[in-house]
Design a protein around this ligand. Structure first.
Ligand SMILES: *[C@@H]1O[C@H](CO)[C@@H](O)[C@H](O)[C@H]1NC(C)=O
Ligand SMILES: *[C@@H]1O[C@H](CO)[C@@H](O)[C@H](O)[C@H]1NC(C)=O
Ligand SMILES: *[C@@H]1O[C@H](CO)[C@@H](O)[C@H](O)[C@H]1NC(C)=O
Length: 331
């Protein structure tokens, strides 16, 4: 009997030891045994767990809680932090000195909060490389958030309410490799918006209201390999739009308003290039000749070729473009 009790207590003590590690650990959180990783995901958490956070914490994740405010003095409890995940909380503002006490922070993820406006300099932080502000209610991005020549390589502003992306903001982010502006209300891109982004590899503009693009929009983004333009209102693409993008491997143009492609638009592509063109109201008349020939000659470069269908004229409605004959196209 006593032996069983002893064993039970030992087992319980071990569980507790593993949960809390050798360091202290805040209530409502779990901590790795070294204290380097802390995770808090209880909805009853309403305040930053500033007491008993292990000072050795490098990765802190607070998710799906009722946390609404966070300050520099909270974060000074974890001076070695390099990764801060704050997704799906109720955070609705950030102070401009938020990151002051965490000089090693590389990654900040604020997905799914209630941010609308942010103060100047809030992200002018030398070590920051990756910033995710996805699914908030941000209406306006401000160049003042960042310092000149910021080291940021990853910026995700998807799922907000942006109508415009200021060229001045992106001029400050010359090291950006991944830019996600999808699912906003962007109606156009000003000339030179992307001009300073020489390292850009992935650009996501899907799910906006773009109806046209300037011929030189991507002229300076020579490293671009993935370009997402689907779910916009693009009616036409300039023939030289992709001319300089020798590294382009993936181009999504589905769910737009394209009726024809200009002759030459898809020439000189990288052999591994892949494109999606479905969900556009293609008009299968003489001006379809270029796309028709290109589809026939490059079946390996097109994803869902059978879904590239004619929306008109009436007689050819719902026909697959690749299945057409030259006489049907009136050639
Ligand atoms: C968290 O917030 C929600 C709505 O804001 C509220 O209904 C809920 O009671 C809160 N939970 C706690 C534990 O405070
Ligand atoms: C970029 O990073 C370097 C090296 O960590 C640092 O010296 C520099 O100040 C950073 N630049 C900015 C603008 O923060
Ligand atoms: C940032 O860059 C702009 C434009 O290049 C310049 O006018 C400004 O003085 C710079 N600011 C700082 C703090 O260096």
């Amino acid at each position: 009997m006593n032996l069983w009790l002893l064993l039970t207590f030992t087992a319980l003590a071990e569980c507790r030891y593993q949960r809390r590690g050798t360091h202290s650990c805040p209530d409502l959180c779990t901590c790795s045994s070294t204290g380097a990783e802390v995770e808090c995901s209880q909805s009853s958490l309403t305040h930053f767990p500033v007491n008993s956070l292990p000072p050795s914490t490098t990765r802190l994740s607070i998710q799906s809680t009722n946390l609404s405010t966070i300050s520099a003095s909270h974060l000074s409890a974890v001076p070695l932090l390099d990764n801060l995940q704050l997704y799906h909380n109720k955070v609705d503002r950030l102070p401009s000195d938020l990151l002051r006490g965490i000089p090693h922070l590389k990654t900040l993820d604020l997905t799914g909060n209630q941010l609308v406006r942010l103060p100047p300099n809030v992200f002018s932080h030398a070590s920051l490389r990756s910033l995710v502000l996805k699914n908030n209610q941000i209406e306006k991005v401000d160049a003042e958030w960042f310092s000149n020549n910021s080291n940021l390589t990853w910026l995700d502003l998807s799922g907000n309410r942006l109508t415009d992306i200021p060229a001045a903001l992106l001029r400050k982010l010359p090291h950006l490799e991944n830019l996600d502006l999808s699912h906003n209300n962007l109606q156009d891109l000003q000339i030179d918006t992307l001009k300073n982004l020489h390292c850009l590899q992935t650009l996501n503009l899907a799910g906006n209201k773009l109806s046209s693009l300037e011929p030189t929009t991507f002229t300076h983004n020579l490293k671009l390999s993935q370009l997402f333009l689907q779910e916009n209102q693009l009616q036409e693409l300039p023939v030289t739009l992709l001319q300089d993008l020798q590294r382009l491997e993936l181009l999504l143009l589905n769910q737009n308003q394209l009726q024809h492609l200009r002759s030459g638009l898809l020439e000189d592509r990288n052999p591994s290039f892949q494109v999606i063109l479905s969900g556009n109201p293609w008009v299968c008349d003489k001006k379809m000749e270029y796309l028709w020939k290109w589809l026939t000659a490059h079946p390996q470069n097109i994803i869902f070729v059978e879904e590239v269908m004619c929306a008109g004229p009436e007689a050819l409605k719902h026909r697959q473009v690749v299945s057409l004959t030259d006489s049907e196209l009136g050639l």
